[in-house]
Ligand binder design. Structure first.
Ligand SMILES: O=C(O)CNC(=O)[C@H](CS)NC(=O)CCC(=O)C(=O)O
Length: 277
């Protein structure tokens, strides 16, 4: 297993214009490659962010016809790097829309796919209501992708509020956890750093969280602050509020050092009933 990985988050502002979104993503992927990055991650919905169910269902294509996926596959092969399409709006083989993370290897082949399990159905104070389950069918499986750097656990945005998913990913071999997001600018300042640092500390994984930033469309603003976090919960890189790239070289042996020092991942006492504590 290779223990050093140069990884990047591309922070973008997706809009309802898929062609422009792809231009923005491609420029950042190319500058990552020029910086020696071996694995570049893109935010949730980096290909398309629009307000309505009909917009999303009109846009979503199956894998073979999906423009953004085709482009990323050829970029991965051309530049010889891994790319995580944080998520795309697409149709599963049976035609149902899903919010899906797609991981390409350095030959441009799909190495893993994950459908967002926890959909964002909320009523925010101030009147904003979002019903993501009107748009997509939720996933039902946790996914750890096999890579030259060990297991990478896949997750998307609102999933970060459900710690059991991350414990499962870590116990199934994840050493890095990806959390691509389009986090709301309301919850961002309160929850984003705290939840992501907690997920890193609880699992002893590196957390890589590429986020959207800025105004996506009238009525929707994303928090930004893409993060790379080490297993101790230290923020190694924070992208702030503007579009751009952050990169870091991870020493993956830090995962083993952390877990040897603080074995919380393997010291569960599941037989103790809650009532007896
Ligand atoms: O709908 C799309 O096309 C892309 N999906 C998203 O942007 C999703 C659902 S609206 N955003 C989140 O999950 C934000 C979670 C969040 O902000 C929180 O947990 O506080």
């Amino acid at each position: 297993m290779v223990s050093s990985l140069r990884i990047a988050c591309a922070q973008t502002t997706a809009t309802p214009d898929p062609a422009a979104n792809l231009v923005q993503a491609e420029a950042l992927i190319r500058s990552a490659a020029a910086d020696g990055v071996e694995f570049v991650t893109l935010p949730e919905a980096f290909d398309f962010l629009a307000p309505g169910v009909s917009d999303i269902h009109g846009y979503a294509e199956r894998e073979a016809e999906h423009q953004a996926l085709r482009r990323l596959s050829s970029l991965a092969a051309e530049l010889s790097l891994w790319i995580l399409a944080g998520s795309v709006s697409m149709r599963a083989d049976d035609g149902t829309p899903v919010n899906r993370s797609v991981l390409f290897d350095a030959q441009g082949r799909i190495a893993a796919q994950y459908d967002k399990v926890h959909l964002f159905d909320v009523d925010l104070p101030g009147g904003e209501a979002i019903r993501e389950s009107d748009f997509y069918r939720p996933g039902e499986r946790a996914v750890v992708a096999d890579t030259p750097w060990g297991g990478i656990g896949l997750s998307i945005c609102y999933d970060m509020r459900f710690p059991y998913l991350y414990r499962r990913l870590a116990k199934r071999g994840a050493r890095i956890i990806a959390v691509p997001a389009a986090f709301s600018s309301f919850t961002g300042p309160l929850h984003w750093h705290a939840l992501l640092r907690a997920r890193a500390i609880e699992t002893g994984c590196f957390v890589v969280a590429p986020g959207q930033c800025g105004d996506n469309h009238p009525g929707r603003r994303s928090y930004g602050h893409s993060l790379i976090i080490d297993p101790w919960g230290r923020v190694i890189a924070d992208a702030g509020e503007e579009p751009g790239l952050i990169a870091a070289t991870l020493d993956l042996e830090e995962v083993d050092r952390f877990r040897a020092a603080i074995p919380s991942l393997s010291s569960d006492r599941a037989l103790i009933e809650e009532a007896s504590l």
